[in-house]
Design a protein around this ligand. Structure first.
Ligand code: AMP
Length: 468
């Protein structure tokens, strides 16, 4: 077989074969850069989010470094924990460990995963067998340390995966307690999507002369993702969501909600609208979460409503759409959320339903991603005039002063719903064609009379109509 560029990274045959079997043809940028550094024994600080192939970027070289000590012996004593990977969530832990199993399938190395919310006994049985690679969430690992069901005194490689999220979730004290249990001489790898100050402090105290790998600019979002904002009144969000899913025939969409209760309620309401929807969040048992995820991956559920924490690390191949039903309060969560789409070279779409209370959060997101997101009015769901002014007017005025009209567009493909004018000047003022660049009239089958007229009218007020 022709040698892939994975071979050029210096991977040993059993690993090169495993990646070939998985159909990987080329290493991703983070793999290309990180693998040689980790193989050389360097500490590493890598800026890469989920979807970049970061798991293989640490799992492959870790397996290679452990390979010389691999033992075919059945004795647990011959299989001490040599590599420890800490992750923020159970889902990510499971996926990372699964990756170790897949990449290491031609090596006699063992791995297991421990996480909270699941039976300790089954985990203890696995640990007793002896494993070289342990993937864990911090809290549950400390439970095992406490009950003396795991020894960490032979760990030679520590990986913190999604370090920023672990810190967000308050795991720093647990991480420090775990680090104190490890041998001083070890290799440290830290992967993080973002580098707030706490992460930089952790890097300073933990890593020794680390090599740095940065995939995409700090806090940049995947170029393959198209972002769009649909302005809508808050109380119409659910209806708009159902409408988008149904009219666009969306069959695999991850929807984000701010709260667990909100996620449950939304999934329930969508089901009432005859949309196959399920929710995934921290109140669900591990079995329920895995089932929801499996059904979603298998296409049995069209919509998975998730909270930020539950979505962390979800790896759903080729996920085409992510919808922000609630806008995240922390702009960095937006980056994490849309990291679920536009992965592995595929294009994706990040849709945000934005009501007036979300405006500040939206502005913070745009500052962080250094991108102005298109506002697309969905006919029939345009907020009332006052709301439109809040959502777009102020901005349009500011932009026109700078001679930089916002890219506001009227939604084209949606079949609009009839809507009564709301008594606002936006709707009652006659249309003045000179105020806008010539806009194509929506096709008759796409837009009835009323909306045909309103879209350019609104666009005129908002700074221009983008041709779709
Ligand atoms: P990660 O960023 O580690 O969550 O990986 C995202 C997805 O990309 C996973 O489904 C991996 O199996 C896949 N992947 C990782 N590396 C490659 C590669 N070199 N070629 C193709 N797919 C890859």
């Amino acid at each position: 077989m022709a040698s892939s560029s994975f071979d050029q990274l210096g991977l040993i045959a059993p690993l090169a074969q495993a990646v070939r079997e998985l159909g990987y043809e080329q290493p991703t940028p983070v793999q290309e850069q990180a693998i040689p550094l980790v193989l050389a024994g360097r500490d590493l600080m890598a800026g890469a989010q989920t979807g970049t192939g970061k798991t293989a970027a640490f799992a492959l070289p870790i397996l290679q470094r452990l390979a010389p000590q691999a033992s075919a012996s059945a004795s647990p004593a011959r299989h001490p924990v040599r590599a420890l990977v800490l992750t923020p969530t159970r889902e990510l832990a499971i996926q990372v460990e699964q990756s170790f199993k897949e990449y290491g399938k031609h090596l006699p190395l063992r791995s297991t995963v421990v996480y909270g919310g699941a039976d300790m006994d089954a985990q203890i049985r696995e640990l007793r067998r002896g494993v070289e690679v342990l993937v864990a969430t911090p809290g549950r690992l400390l439970d095992h340390v406490q009950s003396k069901t795991v020894m960490l005194n032979q760990v030679g490689i520590l990986t913190l995966d999604e370090a920023d999220r672990m810190l967000d979730m308050g795991f720093l004290p647990d991480i420090r307690r775990i680090i104190a249990l490890l041998p001083k001489e070890r290799q440290n790898l830290l992967f993080s999507a973002t580098f707030p100050d706490e992460i930089r402090n952790l890097v300073k105290s933990l890593l020794r002369s680390p090599a740095e790998v940065q995939i995409a600019a700090r806090n940049a979002v995947a170029d393959l993702v198209t972002h769009v904002v649909h302005p809508v009144a808050r109380e119409k969000k659910r209806e708009l969501l159902a409408y988008l899913i149904q009219t666009r025939g969306l069959t695999q969409v991850l929807v984000f909600c701010g709260t667990r209760i909100g996620a449950n309620r939304l999934a329930h309401q969508l089901r009432k609208d005859h949309i196959h929807a399920d929710a995934i969040h921290g109140d669900k048992s591990q079995a329920e979460r895995l089932e929801a995820l499996d059904n979603f991956k298998a296409g049995k559920t069209a919509v998975l409503v998730a909270t930020d924490v539950a979505s962390r690390g979800l790896d759903i191949e080729g996920l085409p759409q992510v919808i922000n039903f609630d806008i995240p309060h922390s702009p960095e969560d937006y980056v994490h959320r849309i990291g679920r789409t536009g992965r592995a070279g595929l294009t994706g779409e990040a849709i945000s339903l934005v009501a007036p209370p979300d405006m500040e959060a939206l502005a913070a997101i745009e500052r962080l991603i250094k991108k102005k997101i298109d506002r697309v009015l969905v006919p029939g769901f345009q907020p009332d005039g006052g709301t439109v002014a809040t959502l777009m007017g102020r901005e349009a005025r500011g932009a026109s002063r700078r001679g930089d009209a916002p890219r506001v567009t009227a939604s084209r493909p949606m079949a609009p719903r009839p809507q009564r004018p709301q008594g606002d000047p936006i709707f009652s003022k006659p249309y003045e064609p000179s105020a806008v660049p010539a806009a194509p009239a929506p096709k008759p089958e796409e837009a009835p009379q009323q909306s045909k007229r309103r879209a350019p009218q609104l666009a005129a007020l908002l700074g221009g109509l983008k041709r779709a």
